[in-house]
Design a protein around this ligand. Structure first.
Ligand SMILES: NC(=O)c1ccc[n+]([C@@H]2O[C@H](COP(=O)([O-])OP(=O)(O)OC[C@H]3O[C@@H](n4cnc5c(N)ncnc54)[C@H](OP(=O)(O)O)[C@@H]3O)[C@@H](O)[C@H]2O)c1
Length: 383
């Protein structure tokens, strides 16, 4: 396997840190070209000293002084602002860009990476939710692979390897989050601490809240639809609390293929980085007798209305999923700041989906303005 140069957008986040863990285990195969962060300049500086990238970017310009000072004397170029990150992606000879920023902020750099023909390891699901039609078309035109990092999509991608068969349906598994067994009222009034307590995965705050509301599974359904060209009617969500089966593919002969493993994001991250090869990963293994049972059930859309909203938004098409995504980002942010109750997140999203102007065939500019409009509209509901 030839050495691969990697750029990580969002290297200080949960996915970013685990990507560097994978890279650190295979220094003969991966080399870090670029690291970016938003606020956490201290960790970015530490990562830069350890992995010696060509350049680093702190997107929030306020931290430029601190970062350059921390890296004084190192042979590493230091920049600030998202525009620098975009320019560096375009100009560098990176082989693969790990899109691990959170939320809508990942869209622009991912688009630039595709335009400059860099392979994408995609963690940032919001990119495909907000602009799936545009991003997948652009990737096709530029002959750029989008390699899934999300564990469910990686499982589907892995299950599809070597197959030339007709796919009947995709089965996306969901842990069910911390409120799987909770009643409607306690979910509505859930505190930030309760919502951040995910049973199986340790992730960034936004995706953890999305998992608690099950909006995460809605976002993933849309992501899967764009990645694998399947309509939402052929994507089934199944709650599987043990998180051992990461997702499945059902073929036209009734065979079902699944990818399994312990819940460890380094497995899908590493597969995206090394594809089509599979590298060693010296980590925990599944102990089937210890687990005993793998269970499955249908999600309760009444208890988790965000999931139903995602199906509705994707079916409507146009800029509706972008409206939903923007409203969700704003509402999750407001919940994390203690401005709204947990149960109001889906209500606010629904209101925004009714209020924001619908566009059937949005351009990329329309997507950016739709996002701003959705965030602004959602803010009207925070009292
Ligand atoms: N965590 C998981 O296990 C997991 C699993 C599957 C998919 N994903 C997806 O992967 C993406 C990243 O998730 P995460 O859990 O790693 O998030 P996270 O821990 O919150 O990290 C987000 C990263 O993005 C940076 N960032 C945030 N806002 C930014 C902005 N406006 N401009 C530039 N950079 C910005 C952060 O920088 P600072 O920290 O320096 O501020 C950080 O490096 C999300 O789309 C999520 O849905 C995550």
């Amino acid at each position: 396997m030839m050495k691969r140069k990697v750029a990580i957008l969002g290297s200080t986040g949960s996915i970013g840190v685990q990507t560097l863990d994978v890279i650190g285990r295979h220094p003969d195969i991966f080399e870090v070209e670029l690291l970016t962060a938003n606020n956490n300049w201290e960790l970015l500086a530490k990562q830069a000293k350890r992995f010696n990238p060509n350049s680093v970017v702190v997107c929030n310009r306020e931290h430029y002084g601190n970062l350059s000072q921390a890296l004084e004397g190192e042979d590493i170029k230091v920049f600030a602002g998202i525009d620098s990150a975009v320019d560096l992606i375009r100009l560098s000879d990176t082989d693969i860009v790990v899109a691990a920023m959170v939320g809508f902020s990942g869209l622009r750099p991912t688009i630039e990476a595709i335009k400059s023909k860099k392979a994408i390891a995609l963690a940032n699901k919001e990119t495909l939710v907000a602009a799936g039609a545009i991003v997948t078309k652009l990737a096709k035109e530029n002959d750029v692979p989008i390699l899934p990092v999300d564990s469910e999509h990686s499982a589907i991608f892995q299950s599809l390897q070597g197959e030339h068969a007709k796919v009947e349906k995709l089965i996306l598994t969901a842990s069910g989050g911390p409120f799987r067994n909770a009643d409607k009222e306690s979910i509505f009034n859930a505190t930030k601490e309760e919502a951040l307590r995910h049973p199986n995965w340790n992730m960034g705050a936004k995706v953890t809240i999305d998992s608690a509301s099950m909006m995460n599974k809605g976002l993933e359904m849309i992501e899967a639809s764009w990645l694998f060209g399947m309509p939402s009617e052929k994507i089934e969500i199944v709650v599987h609390p043990q998180s051992i089966i990461h997702s499945m593919v059902q073929f036209s002969d009734g065979s079902v293929k699944a990818q399994m493993g312990v819940p460890d994001m380094r497995i899908p991250i590493q597969y995206a980085l090394s594809y089509p090869y599979r590298l060693d990963l010296n980590a925990e293994r599944v102990d089937f007798p210890e687990i005993g049972q793998l269970t499955f059930h249908t999600p309760d859309m009444e208890k988790f209305p965000a999931l139903a909203l995602a199906f509705e938004a994707h079916k409507t098409g146009g800029n509706m999923a972008c409206i939903m995504n923007g409203a969700n980002e704003a509402a999750v942010n407001a919940f994390l700041k203690g401005k709204i109750l947990f149960g109001r997140i889906p209500h606010i999203i629904e209101k925004c989906m009714q209020k924001c102007p619908f566009l059937k065939e949005p351009s990329l500019e329309d997507i950016f303005s739709t996002h701003l409009e959705a965030v602004r509209t959602a803010q009207d509901f925070f009292i």
